[in-house]
Ligand binder design. Structure first.
Ligand SMILES: Cc1cc2nc3c(=O)[nH]c(=O)nc-3n(C[C@H](O)[C@H](O)[C@H](O)COP(=O)(O)OP(=O)(O)OC[C@H]3O[C@@H](n4cnc5c(N)ncnc54)[C@H](O)[C@@H]3O)c2cc1C
Length: 354
């Protein structure tokens, strides 16, 4: 049976919940369809020791401050899951879990949203499916030759999986630095950390708050019609959260340049030097999970869908939320998604009433 609603939100992570909060305030009828069986979005799948790069107050969605985690300046992923679970309940958001959306299609004046659990005809769709389900692996020669274990950030859980092994961690962002630090501090694991360019650590007294200041400056510049000052992603700096600082100070976190190929039992650099390895962890990022939007034929350069704010000009009933700076400054962060979510809800409310 096909159901009707004003808005279908695809994805019930932080971006989907932020959308729900603002859609409710705009008085719209909506449903949030989320593929995961339980609340928390991708935070429920992240590795055990992950720490946010900013304190709790700087990781809050609209309407409700994230409480501090006892004993921790930088909350862990479990704390974020608890916060999002509470947020969903507190605002009584109509989230259906275990509801993966397979396709969004044009259907006359409405959009047809097809999920395993049912079909909806909606006046608008907000896509908020994040990037976690699309890990990115770079094309590196010899990847198929390596006989050890290869995994991506998305599949890493704990140093216990690598006791006594030699692990190569690839990637100079926050994920690479945190995972390399986590493994190196274990004591039994030998870690080689490789990065494409020398890693840039933020000064120890500066954390993720500085990244949000950059995003705010950018938003103000855009609002005022001035030149784009560049997004959060352009900083690319590593926040020295306590484990990263500890490993760096112990001399355990010095990066080598990227190797040129994998071999059967390790890696080889362009100068001919080699290292054996039992495992390679690729901390090489993610791409937006947009396959459910394929029937709309909107894909532009770099696999993104062109946007004006959150709206897709190629299909004005579609909004994209989260994902990255291309859907709004800091849109892919807890504190940054509130504003684009509010703008998307207001835009839809206006379109629906007009
Ligand atoms: C390692 C790491 C560390 C980070 N640290 C921070 C930090 O410290 N502070 C910060 O603010 N941000 C941080 N971020 C960035 C950002 O906050 C997270 O990536 C966040 O999870 C993005 O939220 P989201 O709602 O856009 O996507 P997700 O959390 O991925 O949620 C997407 C939801 O959509 C669902 N979904 C996917 N496809 C479908 C489909 N076809 N149909 C239905 N549902 C679907 C999924 O099941 C999921 O529940 C970090 C990101 C990573 C990867």
């Amino acid at each position: 049976m096909t159901q009707r609603t004003d808005v279908v939100v695809v994805g019930g992570g932080q971006a989907g919940l932020a959308a729900g909060y603002h859609l409710r305030r705009c008085g719209l009828d909506f449903v949030i369809l989320d593929a995961d069986a339980s609340p928390g979005g991708s935070w429920q799948h992240m590795w055990d020791s992950l720490r946010l790069f900013s304190p709790a107050a700087y990781a809050s969605l609209s309407g409700r401050l994230m409480p501090t985690q006892p004993g921790e300046t930088y909350p862990d992923a479990g704390h974020v899951v608890d916060y999002l679970t509470d947020y969903e309940k507190r605002y009584d958001l109509p989230v259906q879990h275990g509801a993966r959306v397979d396709a969004v299609r044009r259907d006359g004046e409405r959009l047809l949203v097809e999920a395993g659990s049912g079909t909806w005809r909606a006046r608008a769709v907000i896509s908020a499916t994040g990037t976690w389900t699309r890990p990115f692996l770079p094309a590196v020669p010899g990847r198929g030759l390596f006989t050890g274990r290869q995994l991506h950030t998305a599949n890493h859980r704990s140093p216990a999986d690598f006791a006594g092994r030699h692990v190569i961690v690839v990637g100079g962002g926050n994920s690479g630095a945190q995972i390399a630090a986590d493994l190196a501090l274990d004591g039994s694991i030998r870690v080689t950390w490789v990065t494409q360019r020398p890693p840039r650590f933020l000064p120890d007294d500066i954390d993720g708050r500085a990244l949000f200041d950059v995003a705010t400056a950018r938003r103000r510049a855009l609002d005022a019609g001035r030149t784009d000052t560049g997004g959060v992603a352009s900083l690319g700096d590593i926040v020295a959260v306590p484990p990263v600082r500890a490993a760096r100070d112990a001399g355990l976190l010095t990066a080598k340049p990227m190797f040129s190929q994998l071999t059967a039992h390790g890696v080889r650099w362009a100068d001919g030097s080699r290292a054996g390895a039992d495992a390679v962890i690729w901390c090489t990022g993610f791409r937006p999970a947009l396959s459910h939007l394929a029937p709309l034929n909107l894909r532009g350069p770099r696999g993104h869908i062109p946007t004006d704010g959150t709206r897709a000009p190629g299909e004005p009933r579609l909004h994209l939320l989260g994902y990255g700076d291309w859907t709004g400054p800091a849109s892919a962060t807890l504190i940054g998604v509130g504003r684009p979510a509010r703008d998307a809800a207001r835009d839809i409310a206006q379109a629906v009433s007009g």
